[in-house]
Design a protein around this ligand. Structure first.
Ligand code: SF4
Ligand code: SF4
Length: 222
């Protein structure tokens, strides 16, 4: 899933300065799953905004709504008859949702309430961590299913770097050295010979360095 967290409240309050009629828009997808921008978080944020305005003596009207997803035309179209009623939409989706709202509603102010962080997993209650950087050319068949691009602090494809101590990363001892994990896993699978293969220099054109990416599936387009 895409993992994000709510921006500091003062930053959100600051971006809403002078805006009176706000649609606070949650997302029922990843933002709900990572407890950052679902129905519950929409309600909490709306209350905070109203209390802040009350304290400051400024008028505000909030409407709370949560779409199934904000990354899909089908759901964003649900707003088409009401979006003009608001001075701004404060999106609690990831950056993808915010962008798509801005694409679809060019005359409406669209504001982000979350900081989108990474693609990752829910390790345990309240703990999320990164697993994939969306490089566009997956190498996990060669690394035992563990990603050196997203999980090595130096993004090394021919690791380890030599600085790992007791299986921890030299850059960030709070995380495991993924190259140690790759070694341990390949050893357990009797596939250590995979480490003999030297990765050629990675072609990053399939990643962000190649510009915005797009996938068109002819078999699915109408
Ligand atoms: S190699 Fe690329 S696509 Fe595969 S998990 Fe890592 S970042 Fe994601
Ligand atoms: S210690 Fe391991 S994870 Fe950290 S930078 Fe070196 S190879 Fe990468």
């Amino acid at each position: 899933m895409i993992v994000g967290q709510r921006k500091p409240i003062q930053e959100i309050i600051g971006m809403l300065k002078g805006i009176k009629n706000i649609l606070i828009l949650g997302c029922g997808g990843c933002a709900t799953v990572c407890s950052a921008g679902g129905e519950k978080e929409v309600e909490i944020l709306a209350s905070i905004i109203r209390i802040d305005r009350k304290k400051k003596g400024g008028p505000v009207e909030t409407k709370e709504k949560t779409l199934a997803r904000q990354c899909d035309t089908e759901y964003l179209e649900e707003l088409k008859d009401e979006v003009d009623k608001y001075d701004a939409v404060l999106s609690m989706a990831c950056g993808v949702g915010v962008n798509f709202l801005a694409d679809m509603y060019p005359k409406t102010i669209i504001l982000p309430a979350l900081n989108t962080s990474f693609m990752g997993v829910s390790e345990e209650q309240g703990v999320w961590s990164e697993r994939c950087a969306g490089c566009g050319n997956c190498v996990l068949d060669k690394t035992g299913g563990l990603c050196p691009v997203a999980r090595c602090s130096k993004h090394l494809l021919n690791g380890p770097c030599g600085g790992s101590q007791n299986g921890r990363c030299e850059i960030n001892p709070d995380i495991a050295c993924v190259w140690q994990l790759i070694y341990d896993r390949l050893k357990g699978l009797n596939q250590l010979e995979k480490l003999q293969e030297i990765f050629p220099m990675k072609d990053w054109s399939s990643s962000l360095h190649g510009g915005p990416r797009k996938i068109v599936r002819e078999d699915l387009t109408l």
